[in-house]
Design a protein around this ligand. Structure first.
Ligand SMILES: [Zn+2]
Length: 206
């Protein structure tokens, strides 16, 4: 009897949490409603087909496939619509950041940036909205701002896999935002003010 009551309570609590949490973490640039027709972003030329943003090349292949299936179909003209990534660029609104710390990486800075550019390229094949927005370089650290938390997470993973060091992932509980701190020296320099955040990695090979 006690067990049953406990189970019921747990289930209710979980669903309550979900209801409470989802609106706060919803992406303000990507509404649930899909735009009607085939839309093209006038800035980056990305194309929206059935609610999914594709690169111009991917979209061309998709449209060719549709025309093969429906050779006599009526095709709507491409409508102009700003894509979420370009709106984020305009508003200076990143949803993820990769912070590069330490000194080791500076010796291999070109490879590090090439790796990040390649990660963006590969991620964009899966989701064309995963993009680097801008970078900020100071004496202390280098920051790469990106459109989506998934890209920041992937960059953190790839950096550690390729160059060792230590990576920390700090997710915002209020907004869809992920902060990734990669320390190329692999030392525990970073500490969260409340002692939160996950650390993964091992010491860099000097
Ligand atoms: Zn765009």
């Amino acid at each position: 009897m006690l067990n049953q009551r406990h189970t019921r309570y747990t289930k209710l609590k979980k669903s309550d949490e979900r209801q409470f949490r989802s609106p706060r973490r919803a992406d303000p640039y990507r509404a649930d409603s899909k735009p009607a027709g085939v839309n093209q972003c006038p800035h980056c030329h990305s194309v929206n087909i059935r609610g999914k943003w594709l690169s111009e090349r991917q979209a061309g292949l998709e449209i060719a496939k549709m025309r093969k299936l429906l050779p006599f179909g009526v095709y709507e003209p491409l409508l102009q619509l700003n894509c979420p990534a370009c709106l984020q660029q305009r508003d200076h609104y990143a949803q993820g950041v990769v912070e590069i710390r330490g000194t080791h990486w500076r010796e291999r800075a070109i490879q590090v940036f090439e790796t990040l550019a390649k990660t963006e390229l590969i991620s964009r094949v899966r989701n064309d909205q995963e993009r680097i927005l801008w970078t900020n370089d100071t004496h202390q650290n280098t920051k790469i701002y990106v459109t989506l938390p998934e890209l920041a997470r992937q960059m953190g993973r790839i950096l550690q896999r390729s160059f060792k060091g230590k990576t920390h992932y700090i997710r915002s509980t209020e907004e869809p935002f992920l902060r990734v701190v990669w320390d190329s020296d692999g030392e525990v320099i970073y500490s969260h003010p409340l002692g939160r955040g996950r650390a993964r990695g091992r010491k860099a090979i000097a």
